[in-house]
Design a protein around this ligand. Structure first.
Ligand SMILES: Cc1cc2nc3c(=O)[nH]c(=O)nc-3n(C[C@H](O)[C@H](O)[C@H](O)COP(=O)(O)OP(=O)(O)OC[C@H]3O[C@@H](n4cnc5c(N)ncnc54)[C@H](O)[C@@H]3O)c2cc1C
Length: 475
């Protein structure tokens, strides 16, 4: 099998290729040689010899471990973010078991909260958790665009949106993740399981995932839902996501009493700086700050440093925002570079033989439309509809049939998400303008005249459809 036929045959977490990833089950003469090399301190491949790599196994050791790991799962998902959890929930609902490998030791809630629009609520309803989440998160009723001084540039109510009322709620990530996880069978999520390398036993044979905890997991189908810096996407040969030129800081303010913020998405737009606020409940308010920066800062940093930086960016904005920051517990603060990737058809290998991607790993997008997480969850319905029937039928599905189902899934999702990614990027370009004469033009002409409900809300009308009928699927 040539490298061209199967790009990135085996690539470590650091992106370096490991030659010869064909795997056999019993130690051969060559493997015995490797073993003796190992005992002389030469582990013999790029991944294992990387300094600081905790997963310092030689290929020989790995093969030995695989002997002990005879189980081959049908479906393994890397990452228990919104995409991974929603996929496992959708599959479970139609009777397909899956395993999620998550690097963290608990469900992550980085980013504090997020806006979920109608398209996401359709997914959550299909997964059977919509009403549970609705009870905890009131409706957001309007959108307000204000300038730095707080003057209204444009505003509208969401019930006046094209195509009918746009259901919008700002949902706490922790609650969303826990709710999705609660519908999964026990043991679906394996925590402390960071995937450090991926190999294939043969061209269409099982995937072999080496984990940071030293174990190996084998699977017929692999879905990378491991976020914007996905190791699966890297292994498949996709280009890394591109920095959009601005950073995002997020937090969740807590009030002792009921806060007085309007249940609206309010954005204060400055010159190369933008602040958004949305209540998640009567006592909690999610906020985000986006600011231009030529080069991205480190993703996570000391919350105290993030807070100081945030204070610097608040100069000139209404005082109420400073008060909100003071009410924000440090542990809810996070900072991330804003990234995207345009998967142009034929240019991005988002699906290969029995492997594909979901969520930010597939279609990282800027957050200007608040659609990244919504689209990540939409993926779950499309995947259950295309791949689900192949797996529900049971037996030993043919890799060709699996690949055809994944091709259908990836094509459908790319058609949808490429449009959202591009619109979101353009909107970000407009909202992040820093050159004063253009800021004036934007605030006085472009936003009031051309920022319509349709521009902002058309993407929320998307209907991801229903899960396949289990009775039909099981026939
Ligand atoms: C400032 C900002 C505001 C946003 N606002 C919104 C919004 O309002 N609405 C909206 O819908 N979206 C919003 N988004 C986008 C949204 O946060 C993402 O699109 C969404 O979280 C993607 O989910 P995911 O599951 O694909 O990835 P992630 O949430 O990144 O989850 C990936 C998971 O994979 C795990 N993982 C990574 N590598 C490995 C590995 N090697 N092995 C095992 N596990 C691994 C991680 O620990 C993580 O749990 C916003 C984003 C930003 C930056």
């Amino acid at each position: 099998m040539s490298k061209k036929e199967f790009p990135g045959n085996m690539i470590s977490n650091y992106g370096d290729e490991i030659p010869g990833s064909q795997v056999r089950t019993a130690p051969s003469k060559r493997e015995r040689k490797l073993k003796s090399e190992e005992s002389r301190g030469n582990s013999g491949n790029g991944c294992d010899s990387k300094p600081g790599n905790h997963h310092r196994q030689s290929r020989y050791t790995r093969l030995q471990t695989m002997d002990e790991t005879s189980q081959v799962h049908d479906l393994v998902i890397v990452g228990a973010g919104l995409a991974g959890l929603a996929i496992a929930a959708a599959m479970h609902k139609i009777g397909v078991n899956s395993v999620i490998l998550e690097q963290s030791s608990t469900l992550r809630s980085t980013g504090a909260a997020l806006t979920l629009w109608s398209n996401a609520w359709r997914v959550l309803d299909a997964l059977g958790v919509g009403d549970q989440l609705r009870r905890m998160h009131p409706l957001i009723t309007g959108i307000r665009m204000r300038n730095m001084q707080g003057e209204l540039l444009k505003g509208f109510q969401l019930e006046e949106s094209p195509g009918g009322h746009t259901e919008t709620r700002c949902v706490e990530r922790k609650i969303l993740a826990q709710t999705l996880a609660s519908v999964l069978p026990k043991g679906t999520i394996r925590f402390d399981s960071r995937v450090v390398s991926i190999a294939r036993e043969s061209e269409s044979g099982p995937f072999q995932l080496a984990l940071s905890n030293g174990s190996l997991v084998r699977s017929k189908i692999l879905i990378g839902a491991d976020g914007v810096n996905s190791v699966v996407a890297k292994w498949m040969g996709l280009a890394p996501a591109r920095y959009a030129g601005y950073m995002g800081i997020r937090g969740l303010a807590e009030y002792q009493e009921e806060h007085s913020h309007e249940f609206a998405l309010t954005q204060y737009i400055g010159s190369g700086t933008r602040i958004g606020i949305l209540p998640t409940s009567r006592t909690r308010v999610f906020w985000f700050l986006v600011y231009n920066k030529a080069h991205p800062d480190a993703k996570y940093t000391d919350p105290k440093v993030v807070k100081e930086e945030m204070m610097g960016h608040l100069k000139g904005f209404p005082e109420v925002l400073r008060d909100m920051l003071d009410r924000t517990p440090m542990e809810t603060l996070s900072r991330a570079p804003i990234m995207d990737r345009w998967n142009l058809p034929g240019r991005a290998p988002v699906v290969q033989n029995c492997v594909s991607l979901a969520g930010d790993a597939f279609h990282p997008m800027t957050p200007n439309l608040g659609q990244g997480g919504c689209c990540a969850m939409e993926d779950s319905i499309a995947l259950a509809r295309t791949l689900g029937p192949v797996l529900v039928h049971g037996g030993n599905p043919n890799p060709r049939v699996i690949s055809e189902a994944l091709e259908e899934y990836a094509a459908e999702r790319n058609r949808r998400t490429l449009v959202v990614t591009v619109i979101s990027f353009i909107l970000g370009f407009l909202l992040m303008i820093a050159f004063r004469p253009f800021v004036y033009l934007r605030d006085n002409y472009l936003l009031p005249k051309f920022f319509t409900r349709t521009t902002f809300l058309s993407q929320t009308l998307y209907d991801p459809g229903q899960l396949p009928d289990t009775k039909t699927v099981a026939k």
